[in-house]
Structures are given as structure tokens and as C-alpha cells.
Write a protein that binds this ligand. Structure first.
Ligand SMILES: O=c1[nH]c(=O)c2[nH]c(=O)[nH]c2[nH]1
Length: 301
């Protein structure tokens, strides 16, 4: 015997671009996003009985994303995600929950001859601003925000020593190493009761993204790092301190290794330890260090 124990469906990779034209200043502002919408509800019969009467076509979900993008602001993405996620359970009684993920891609305004250009932009990196919103009927709106793909490196100010040494250990201790990672961080907001609750807190979202990004970069640069673990814990705590409406912060940081090259074999050339200048960046394997830091219950908003 078997049963359908979970079901969720929708449209992924919905690509969306929206331009805002400020007529007064003749300045354009552009937003490019990739959206995923998945629905849950009384949809079991579409799987078990080939009953399409309960299916809102994924093509219609894609249309809805474009129509709601035309009729509403698409920024901040936490707001647009909440507008989308609350639409589906509101419109279709048999749909109980909507899961929306929005990836916002960078289009940074060009500076030409020292001035911000009114309508030209550049992709300055693979970093994205992400949002995941879940709207479950009667259970409020869950919002998570994040940054992914922010590649950083420091050429000193990082050590790693004092770790377990046993018959499996070949890694030497170091008091000065290169540290590089691709930041993946997310922060979870206090529960929003309704779409209006999200709307009345709209100014928080951009500010939190800026704080999280600045804290990540500043802590990475300035911390005399004992390990990826210790540095990421500091970052997460600082975000919790800076944004009272955030209840938890997670980081997932690959440790992208750079290996020294021993050149002693070539005329005694010194290229290790304090003499190391030329390294081999490793494509893999890499460490992968993760953590979630949560506000203790008593200190939640
Ligand atoms: O910051 C680090 N944390 C580790 O857990 C680890 N393990 C390792 O081999 N190198 C490092 N670096």
C-alpha cells in the first residue's frame, strides 16, 4: 500500500524584468528577477485520479506573476513575494499555501564621466538578493531574505590552528593564510500576520539587506579570523543585533582553498610560509561550514 504523502507544484525559472521610468528626472530604474511559485492544497486527486479539475495550470501561475508585476511594485522583493504568495490562497479556496522564491539579479547603474547614467547598467558580479515567502491560509506570511554568490577573498588576517591532530591529519597549522568564500546567508523575519503587516514594514527590507551585506563584508575584512566557524558566528550575531525584527540568521560558507607551491626543487626558490607569493587556487574539494544563529525566545520581538 502507498499514499501520496506530499505534493507541491508550480512554475520555476519565471524570468521577469521591470523598468520604472521617472518622468521628472528622465531616470530609469530596472529590476530583473527569476521567480519560482509552488502551490499546495487539495490537489491530491490530480496525482492519484488524473483529476485536472483541481489544477491551476502552471502556465496561469506564470501569467499571474507578470500581471501582478505590472499592477504592483516588484521591490523590495520581500513585498512582491508576499503579494504573490498571498494571491493564490486568496483566489483559489482549494489552494492552502503558496511558496514563492525570488532571485534578484544585479543591474548596477553605470557611472559615465563621473556621473550616474540615467538608463545604462552593468552586471557587477554573480551575487543575488534572494527572498523566500510562504503564505499559508490562516497562518500568516513567513519571509526569509538572503544573499547568495558574493565572492570574497582576504590575503591575510586568517589563521587555523589548534584543531584535532591524529593519524588522519596531514594539514599543517597556520597563523597566516588566504581566506576565500562565496557567501550564502539568509535571515528569517518575525512572522508577518497579513500582507498589510508586510506593507507597513516595507522600509525594513532594504535596510536589512544593506546591513547584512555591510556586516558580512566588514566582519570578513576586519576579523582576525581563527576559523570560518568563528568568523561566521560573529557575522550572524551582528545581523541579529542590527535588525531586531529578524529572529535567525544562517550562513553557508565554502572554504575555497589556495595551496602553496613548494619551489625549493628549482634552484632553491623560496615560495612557502612567509615567502609564499604564487599559489594554486583549488576548484575542489572545499570545506563547507554552516550555522544558524537564533535569537533566544525571551529576546524575540
Ligand atoms: O576555518 C576552517 N575551518 C575548518 O573546519 C577547517 N578544516 C580545514 O581543513 N581547514 C579549515 N578551516
Amino acid at each position: 500500500m502507498s499514499e501520496l504523502s506530499a505534493a507541491r507544484y508550480g512554475k520555476d525559472n519565471i524570468r521577469l524584468y521591470k523598468v520604472h521610468r521617472d518622468e521628472a528626472t528622465k531616470t530609469h530604474t530596472v529590476t530583473e528577477m527569476t521567480v519560482c511559485v509552488l502551490l499546495e492544497g487539495d490537489i491530491q486527486s490530480s496525482y492519484t485520479k488524473a483529476d485536472n479539475s483541481v489544477v491551476v495550470a502552471t502556465d496561469s501561475m506564470k501569467n499571474t506573476v507578470y500581471l501582478l508585476a505590472k499592477q504592483n511594485p516588484v521591490t523590495p522583493p520581500e513585498l512582491f513575494g508576499s503579494i504573490l504568495a498571498s494571491h493564490f490562497p486568496e483566489k483559489y479556496p482549494h489552494i492552502h499555501a503558496a511558496h514563492v522564491k525570488i532571485i534578484t539579479h544585479r543591474w548596477t547603474r553605470m557611472t559615465i564621466d563621473g556621473k550616474p547614467h540615467p538608463h545604462s547598467f552593468l552586471r557587477d558580479g554573480a551575487e543575488t538578493r534572494n527572498t523566500e515567502v510562504v503564505c499559508k491560509r490562516g497562518a500568516g506570511i513567513i519571509v526569509r531574505s538572503g544573499i547568495q554568490g558574493l565572492l570574497v577573498l582576504k590575503s591575510t588576517g586568517s589563521a587555523f590552528h589548534g584543531f584535532v591532530r591524529d593519524e588522519y591529519t596531514s594539514l599543517g597549522e597556520t597563523w597566516d593564510r588566504i581566506l576565500s568564500t562565496e557567501v550564502d546567508t539568509n535571515w528569517g523575519w518575525r512572522l508577518f500576520k497579513t500582507l498589510n503587516d508586510v506593507k507597513s514594514n516595507i522600509s525594513l527590507f532594504d535596510k536589512a539587506w544593506e546591513s547584512a551585506r555591510n556586516i558580512t563584508l566588514k566582519t570578513f575584512a576586519n576579523d582576525n579570523s581563527a576559523s570560518v566557524q568563528a568568523t561566521m558566528y560573529k557575522m550572524a550575531n551582528e545581523i541579529l543585533a542590527a535588525v531586531p525584527e529578524v529572529n535567525n540568521v544562517d550562513y553557508s560558507l565554502p572554504n575555497r582553498h589556495y595551496f602553496e607551491i613548494d619551489m625549493e626543487w628549482h634552484k632553491g626558490l623560496k615560495n612557502t610560509g612567509k615567502d609564499a607569493e604564487v599559489y594554486v587556487p583549488q576548484s575542489g574539494p572545499s570545506g563547507l561550514i554552516k550555522c544558524t544563529v537564533s535569537r533566544t525566545k525571551a529576546s524575540k520581538l
